[in-house]
Design a protein around this ligand. Structure first.
Ligand SMILES: [Fe+2]
Length: 165
């Protein structure tokens, strides 16, 4: 069985399709965070803050582990000849690490909003929310362009090299 088949079997679907789905879920969460930022300071829906606080950390960590354990090694193998691939993947791993740290702070801030605490620094929280979802959208846009489109190109090349073509 090829590595691809093992990965597909382990996850029940093509990892690239799974990554696209995970990215879409992350982008929806970014939209929720933007709504919260826009609602500051007077129209905050505390329930939405609570949902976002609970979803944020687990979602970010599980997508990152999937990317780093499954997708990145697959891309690294397929694009071995590309001298920049390791540097690019290392940069993406570093961004994951930053986002995970940031998401812990943001989770606390969202819980404070959900609690209706008077101690919340609204300006700092708005700034934090915007910094987070803007960085995450940029990261996902890059991964979509770089990993997913290259992946498609490599798959196309492989099929041209297959016997009989
Ligand atoms: Fe990522």
């Amino acid at each position: 069985m090829t590595d691809d088949a093992i990965i597909r079997q382990a996850h029940g679907e093509n990892p690239i399709a799974a990554l696209r789905k995970a990215h879409n879920e992350q982008l929806l969460l970014c939209d929720r965070l933007e709504e919260i930022a826009d609602s500051l300071p007077d129209s905050v829906n505390r329930q939405k803050c609570l949902y976002a606080a609970r979803a944020l950390g687990p979602m970010i960590r599980s997508v990152h582990r999937f990317e780093e354990d499954v997708v990145f090694p697959m891309i690294a193998t397929r694009l071995e000849g590309d001298g920049k691939i390791q540097a690019t993947l290392n940069r993406l791993r570093f961004e994951h690490c930053e986002d995970e740290c940031f998401s812990e702070e943001l989770t606390e801030a969202l819980h404070a909003l959900a609690d209706g605490s008077d101690d919340v620094n609204i300006e700092a929280t708005g700034y934090m929310l915007r910094g987070f979802f803007e960085a995450m959208r940029r990261h996902i846009a890059f991964e979509n362009e770089f990993l997913l489109s290259k992946e498609a190109l490599v798959a196309a090349d492989t099929s041209r090299l297959a016997p009989g073509h």
